[in-house]
Write a protein that binds this ligand. Sequence first.
Ligand code: DHE
Length: 688
Amino acid sequence: MSKSITKILIILCFGLLIVACSPKKEAVKPPIQNPTQDVEVHEEPEMDDVDPVVVFQKASCTGCHVIPGVPGANGTIGPDLSAIGDLAEARLGSSDYSGKADSVRDYIREALMEPDLFLSPECNGAACQAGLMSPSLIKDLSEGEVKAMIDFLAELPNDDLVVVEEPVDVDLTKAPPLTEEEMAEASQIFFDRCAGCHGVLRKGATGPALTPDITLPKGTAALASIIFNGTPRGMPDWGKQGVLSEDQAEMMAKFIQNEPPQPLEMSLEKMMDSWNVIVPVEDRPTEPQHDRDWQDFFAVTLRDAGEVALIDGDTFEVVNHIKTGYAVHISRMSATGRYIYTIGRDGKLALIDTWMKVPDKIAEVQVCYDARSVETSKYVGPEGDFTDKYAIVGCYWPPHFVILDGLTLEPFKVVSTRSYTYDTEEYHPEPRVAAIVASHFRPEWIVNIKETGQVWLVDYVDPINPTIKMIEAERFLHDGGWDSTKRYFMVAANNANTIVVIDALEGELEALVESPAIPHPGRGANWIDPLYGPVWTTSHLGDGALIAIGTDPENHPESAWKVVRNITLPGAGSLFVKTHPNSKWIWVDFGLNSDEKIQRSICVIAKENPTETYRCWEVADYGRAVHFEYNKEGTQIWVSVWGTADQPGKVGEIVVYDDATLEEVARIPNLVTPTGKFNVFNTVEDIY
Ligand code: DHE
């Protein structure tokens, strides 16, 4: 299998090699015939017999590169090779070129055989990574086949060749076989690690679609390499992280070239089987049974422990470790803040009572197999008082949302989100529920349907017969939060590089704002810009940029729903931003950056000079720095160090900073893979 992975790598690096050789040079270097890598090139077919298109497919080049004229070659991991002939010539003459070639053909050959000698600065907006492409990808090719590839590429651009964007016709019977055991193992790994981005049915969302018409032409080697090594555009490096072995990466590559197995549905009856009220409502305390400030509790996700750590924001003591579900994702609070609702990726919802002597879980239920969001009813007004009355869980699989009793978690209403895409009106079998927020103006939840690009306003006055307004927005809706007035909900449509603005007061789409690549706000951050007034901020997964969007159409109409700031960050891969109305800073992490030092760093930007980062630093010497939360007073900010569950001493911790001075105040050690942190007061009040 290492063989296959290595193969992939080669392809990836096509783009990476740009040999610089001035065409005027006299001393002609011989073509690279004895590469340093152990690459064996077979002398076989006559050149005339070789079809370069077949060779590109054989070597899995299609998985990572755009190559006009080659069906299936629309990969975006490596450099776009559409104009590689011209590009090679230009780079050969540039002082940045670090390879040894001095002709276009040598440059391309070098790219195949010693891909890391020169790394292209352009891999779809990011620098190409060393080590992604392996010379062994061409290991099984004959010299004639290699030459055919080189000749083909050297002639690019070629106006007669077009990039084949459409999926190609493939013979599904040619999908690489898996044993029954491998199929079972691969299905589980896919569900645990991959479905979040690619979808259970692999129709694509945050990550690309992985149906056999797309994956088969890419080849097992290229796919296995991507799975093992990750990509600069956000695909995790499962192999390098030690999560998957090389053999497992190859197994997963084969798995995604086969048709996806049909996952199970879940009925209300099945949900009821899992429903468990641990402390009935009548047995619960009527006032807090401890002296702690429960409004300053933090519910901290301990991702790989399947737990929430409830931590006292005043003393930093862990009040309780509460078993919840697999890979807990987020926690949200009831309107009073007394109850915490924690949702795991396995669709298990836990209800925690902060008033108990030792706060603990008081009810639980599983309402789906895969979930990410939970919210509660918060409206108080002429249409009723819905404080602490209902909860809603948004599911990835099955694609539905479920309404539950807020005090007992009894599920009573299931609404499917299977529907039609907002723009092309095509049926989608798996439109997943992304972020959900509770409106402060109406008895409504704002439910974001990822794949169909619709924002649903779900009225919960009569939750058995809910009315739903379906707003056409953009794809694929993911995460978001309120502006400072809580009238406008700002949500990232990450595939369209767009921020969708919903007016919760009027119940309509307010604006679509173009953003840099793959916005990922968490809930975003609100602050007052010295020039543009109230703004909301997001960072990005695909771009080292933090943008601010004007959010005050009344008093700052000229900047409303426009990107008024675009601040350069040290890198892409940012997951979360945060600020507080009392703070001078905007905080930003880089948890998914591919550079180890950057991924454990954070930066602050001064609100009084929002043109550049004020300071950046590494939070720990291991792990990834991820997600921020303030204490109730807004004087301290907590950052998670997301470590590795099975590495003693490096499992993870939380670092607490003084927000005024940026000095470290404390470390809360030995927390297993902490990620999200949710302060009771700030979550109830939507302070961010
Ligand atoms: Fe999240 C929020 C989905 C990966 C940590 N995450 C959300 C929300 C969604 C979502 C839809 C918004 C919920 C809401 O507001 O109602 N997350 C997904 C995915 O589909 C994805 C990309 C892949 C997956 O398989 O889960 C994903 N998320 C991650 C992570 O890898 C993180 C860093 C760690 C983890 O838990 O696996 C992570 N997501 C978080 C956090 C929030 C979140 C901490 C809440 C942010 C907030 O401040 O509200």
